[in-house]
Write a protein that binds this ligand. Structure first.
Ligand code: WTA
Length: 655
């Protein structure tokens, strides 16, 4: 891979506007460089300063980094804090009346909650959890729609030291079951239904189903928030949210925990079929959330209205909906709906309606909105905007330019933020008042983040050449381990090939002559579909669990809107279907995958073969399948294939 020479020739550079630089939290390149130098000369002192500045500690830490059991690093571990107290209580005296959450419902109705009110609701729910026996360290699964209540549930867990694991509401009952059992959850918090784009999705029904799929005896109670009023089945362990909370006190003494106490587990896709339970700490994670709000979003808590469109089921919704904005005492928008309902201008309408200053979304959303109406933003007053952010996948320069010009009116810096579930917060992103931007590049690492591009042995690669994206020193907000699987944690992220102490991100990247990073994509078997991580193995396991299917291989193919599309090659147990039969089986299998994992994993295309191309040792030739999916000429020597004729079969997509 190190031989891949960059073909990008992007040369446009956008220095931050004078007016932005003047008011920026980090103002000018010299200030950015000074921070980087401080981190280089006194790494631990640098992080200790940041941790003192951005977190209010109950018991100050005296240890900074403990690397005695690398790569199981600890940060600030004798310090004590409570994340919920940092997000709520510490703002009450000075800004209790400030609006914390502006909830924009699917149907356009609005609910505002001040810090004082949010604090009361979090305390009531925390007391409710305690009343049913939830204690420090217990796992709570949250399977909720985007709502005030989802944030309340997460914050309430943090308040009592319970470990939440949010499962995206678009995941299937089966995916939910796997996460409930892996985490050995004591409580599941859900809603009757979620409402998105005018459609109701029965969440409670999926929970009911998941609890019948195997041994889920760890689950003692299911708490149900009434969102839609839709019909639900009721059992002995079910409890209504409103009944649980109505008699609870509006104050709740936080449980003070060590900085290393786990704050949450969030499952994400990896190279194998089993999702990984990424475990984050309390102190380090909170520092990453607060610091990146301050640095990358240039947060101004007194005047900003922040809007991150991500669902709380993904890491972006953890760091930049549930924790980061609240840690700074900001006002943020929480959006229940979808970008295209009831019309394709919904995002722009919401920005104008609430005076959003800082808007954070994904390239896939930007691309689809360009397609649906490149001129729609002009129909709304977007003058409140001052900063735009992008996350989840590489943003193509044309989409970046449109975002900057048409949405941002040419006046707002665009921060393209590279990071991962595992890193907890932004890693490589411009500090908008300092670092000039280039469309399509996430620019330079945050001060203190020692990012680099290396070959497979950790050696240097020449400028402009592709390699592995790595982080050379531990940082406070990185994952601590994989829940219940420390060996996999070590092998996946700190491989021996790189010396065992370098963090391997799983992405390929190259750096240009200015040292800017350009992310090229995943190097493992993980797809990025509409900014969502999906393991090819997960989709393959789902396919072969269908009785008709003998074998399956899944690859990605570039897609204009989604970034990547899912292409599945399938061998059936009977004969290879053709014509109308192929069409019908393909439709069935697509639905099957949607039901097994969730609609986001539904294959875009299914192709049937009599068998799959394999090497002599029986390994599926994925590179070949990727080339076929893209419609490329096959350069590879295929003479060793058992049956070269199947390549022609596989070229044929079911229409
Ligand atoms: C990709 C989402 C290019 C990358 C926060 C990474 C990006 C994976 C960017 C993590 C970006 C995320 N430019 N690629 N700005 N941001 N990625 O865990 O492949 O859902 O490894 O975290 O998304 O996805 P995850």
């Amino acid at each position: 891979m190190a031989a891949i020479k960059s073909i990008l020739t992007e040369t446009r550079v956008f220095p931050p506007a004078e007016a932005f630089v003047k008011q920026a939290n980090v103002s000018g390149m010299a200030a950015y460089e000074a921070l980087c130098r401080q981190a280089e000369t006194d790494y631990e002192g640098f992080w200790a300063d940041r941790a003192r500045q951005h977190i209010t500690w109950k018991t100050p830490f005296t240890h900074v980094l403990d690397d005695s059991n690398a790569p199981f690093y600890k940060w600030f571990d004798d310090g004590e804090l409570n994340v919920s107290w940092n997000c709520l209580d510490r703002h009450l005296a000075a800004r209790g009346d400030r609006v914390a959450l502006i909830f924009e419902a699917d149907d356009g109705s609005v609910t505002k909650v001040t810090y004082t009110e949010l604090h009361a609701r979090v305390c009531q729910f925390a007391n409710g959890l305690k009343s049913i026996g939830v204690e420090k360290g217990d796992r709570v699964i949250i399977y909720m729609p985007m709502s005030i209540e989802a944030v309340v549930a997460m914050q309430a867990c943090a308040r009592i030291g319970a470990i939440h694991s949010v499962v995206f509401g678009g995941f299937s009952a089966k995916s939910l079951f796997e996460r409930i059992t892996d985490a050995q959850a004591k409580v599941v918090v859900t809603a009757d239904e979620s409402l998105r784009g005018g459609k109701a999705v029965p969440l409670k029904r999926a929970v009911d189903e998941s609890l019948t799929m195997g041994d889920t005896s760890s689950v003692e109670r299911v708490i149900v928030y009434r969102r839609s009023g839709g019909a639900v089945n009721w059992g002995a362990r079910d409890l209504w949210w409103h009944e649980l909370t109505q008699t609870q006190a509006e104050t709740c003494e936080p449980v003070w925990v060590s900085a290393e106490h786990p704050l949450f587990i969030l499952y994400t896709s990896g190279s194998t079929g089993k999702p990984k339970g990424v475990q984050h700490s309390s102190g380090g994670f909170l520092l990453g959330a607060a610091l990146s709000m301050h640095w990358v979003f240039d947060a101004k808590p007194d005047s900003d209205v922040f809007w991150c469109t991500a669902d709380v089921g993904w890491v972006t919704g953890h760091t930049y909906v549930a924790y980061g904005p609240l840690a700074l005492g900001m006002t943020e928008v929480i959006f229940e709906g979808i970008p295209t309902f009831p019309h394709a201008g919904r995002f722009w309408e919401v920005i104008a309606k609430h005076g959003v200053t800082t808007f954070y979304t994904a390239p896939t959303a930007i691309r689809s909105l360009i397609k649906l109406g490149a001129d729609l933003p002009a129909q709304h007053d977007l003058s409140s905007l001052r900063l735009l952010g992008s996350v989840g996948e590489p943003i193509n320069p044309e989409a970046w330019m449109w975002y900057q010009q048409t949405v941002g009116g040419g006046r707002c810096p665009v921060v393209d933020t590279w990071w991962q579930t595992e890193t907890g917060a932004h890693m490589i992103a411009p500090l908008p008042g300092a670092v000039p931007t280039k469309p399509g590049s996430c620019t330079l690492p945050l001060p203190g983040i020692m990012a680099d591009v290396t070959d497979e042995h950790g050696g240097p690669v020449a400028k402009g050449h592709g390699g592995y994206l790595v982080i050379k020193r531990p940082f406070p907000f990185q994952l601590r381990t994989l829940w219940g699987d420390p060996e996999r944690f070590k092998k996946t992220y700190f491989p021996q090939e790189l010396g065992g102490a370098t963090y391997l991100a799983g992405d390929s990247a190259h750096r240009d002559e200015d040292g800017y990073f350009w992310i090229m994509g995943r190097v493992d078997d993980v797809l990025n579909v509409s900014g969502h991580r999906l393991g090819t193995m997960e989709i393959e396991s789902a396919l072969v669990s269908n009785l008709r299917v003998a074998e399956a291989a899944v690859v990605g193919r570039p897609h204009d809107i989604k970034g990547e599309a899912v292409v599945a090659y399938v061998v059936l147990k009977g004969t290879r279907p053709v014509g109308a039969e192929a069409k019908q089986v393909a439709a069935e299998l697509r639905e099957w995958v949607a039901r097994e994992i969730g609609p986001i994993a539904r294959p875009d295309e299914i192709r049937f073969g009599d068998n799959l191309p394999k090497t002599r040792s029986g390994k599926i030739m994925r590179r070949l399948l990727r080339a076929i999916a893209k419609g490329e000429e096959i350069a590879q020597d295929v003479s060793t294939l058992e049956n070269p004729a199947i390549l022609d079969q596989l070229k044929e997509a079911v229409k």
